[in-house]
Design a protein around this ligand. Structure first.
Ligand SMILES: *Cc1c(COP(=O)(O)O)cnc(C)c1O
Length: 370
């Protein structure tokens, strides 16, 4: 029995009628650019994220780019982030003209270490970008505690609906940041049928600026206060996402159940370390990522058995050829480099069957000979 890493067709089959109905409404209205579905989705996501404002845009990448522009970050500025993340986190820092400054991760959660990030602050630091990797929130409150005057852009592309208990209160992904950024890339927990993204903030002025930047920088049509972008959330995507949103919580809790199964079933397997979720966090498990001895051989073994896995991410960003100009070397961030060599993400999508979960576990056990 094959076990794909992700089966989007299984999900689509279960919700097809409601998705198609929402899409048809947009088609019948012919209101394709910033149509009513975009605003409806913005309101729903703001509520979910407990944010005062949510602003749709073309992708999770653009959400980061627009966030940096709204914070006036550009040439000569430094932005601190993790090297163990998807490329866009640092690519967008470069693309606004600023310099990415990396700090290493905390090995248990794979998230940016607040103490190491604070140690990287200079007079040029204009923002810090913790990433909620694999669906678990970073220690978001500790960044503003350690660097109170530095804006926090939370890359929540993988963590919509995740929460973290801070001083006795549940805080949602994006809620506590200066700006939180979301992605609706199809593989995320809330995925569109194409690209899409969103920014959340509690700040009225930043929200207004973000709304302006996504339509070429003009608050009034054909009058431009600054140079912005064409980066709207497509109305058809908003319609798809509106139909999917009521299912998000159920899907994420199905992922958590699968994670619990893996945690128990893999606990005794020498060679495998299961992911750590901090007691104060509730992860949405966008990925279930183990550390594995002989990782590449394990992946090949599972592939032969028809079990899909993937390495997120095989080369930390400080070692990417495009960032050679930053001057980092192998050994600059040992925890990120170790993670890149050891991690393997297993199938965790909500529609996985018990038989598929068992198949994955027995594939792993057979590799390690137990
Ligand atoms: C997916 C992702 C992005 C980019 O989102 P897109 O919608 O694909 O542009 C940014 N950061 C992280 C951590 C991501 O996982």
């Amino acid at each position: 029995m094959p076990v794909p890493l992700l089966d989007l067709k299984a999900q689509h089959a279960a919700i097809k009628d409601s998705v198609v109905a929402e899409m048809l409404r947009v088609v019948d209205d012919q209101a394709f650019i910033l149509g009513p579905a975009v605003e409806r989705l913005e309101r729903a996501v703001a509520q979910l994220s407990r944010a005062k404002h949510a602003i749709g845009c073309a992708s999770g990448t653009d959400a980061l780019l627009l966030a940096f522009r709204a914070l006036d970050i550009g040439r000569g500025d430094e932005v601190i982030t993790t090297p163990f993340t998807f490329f866009a986190t640092a690519g967008t820092i470069h693309n606004v003209g600023a310099t990415p400054v990396f700090a290493d991760i905390e090995p248990e959660t794979f998230n940016l270490d607040p103490a190491l990030a604070a140690a990287a602050v200079t007079a040029k630091t204009r923002a810090v970008v913790p990433v909620d990797l694999f669906g678990q929130m970073a220690e978001i409150e500790r960044f503003s505690e350690r660097m109170p005057d530095i804006p926090v852009v939370e890359d929540a592309a993988q963590s919509i609906g995740a929460r973290r208990r801070i001083r006795g209160r549940d805080v949602m992904a994006g809620e506590a940041a200066t700006i939180g950024t979301l992605s609706f890339f199809p593989t995320k927990n809330l995925g569109g049928y194409g690209d899409g993204g969103m920014m959340v903030t509690q700040d009225d002025a930043l929200a207004m600026r973000l709304r302006r930047l996504r339509i070429h920088g003009g608050a009034r049509e054909y009058f431009h206060d600054e140079v912005g972008y064409n980066s709207r959330l497509d109305t058809l995507q908003a319609a798809v996402l509106l139909a999917k949103l009521p299912h998000l919580e159920g899907w994420s809790s199905a992922r958590r159940e699968h994670a619990r199964y893996y945690d128990e079933a893999l606990a005794g397997v020498a060679g495998v370390r299961t992911p750590v979720v901090r007691a104060e966090n509730e992860s949405i498990f966008n990925q279930y990522t183990i550390r594995a001895d002989r990782r590449d051989d394990l992946a090949a073994h599972l592939k032969k058995k028809g079990i899909g896995t993937k390495v997120y991410y095989p080369l930390p960003l400080h070692l990417q050829p495009c960032f050679a100009y930053l001057g980092y070397k192998a050994g600059s961030f040992p925890e990120s480099e170790r993670a890149a060599a050891e991690v393997l993400s297993l199938p965790i999508f909500p529609e996985l069957t018990p038989a598929q979960l068992e198949e994955t576990v027995s594939g792993i056990r057979s590799f390690y000979g137990r």
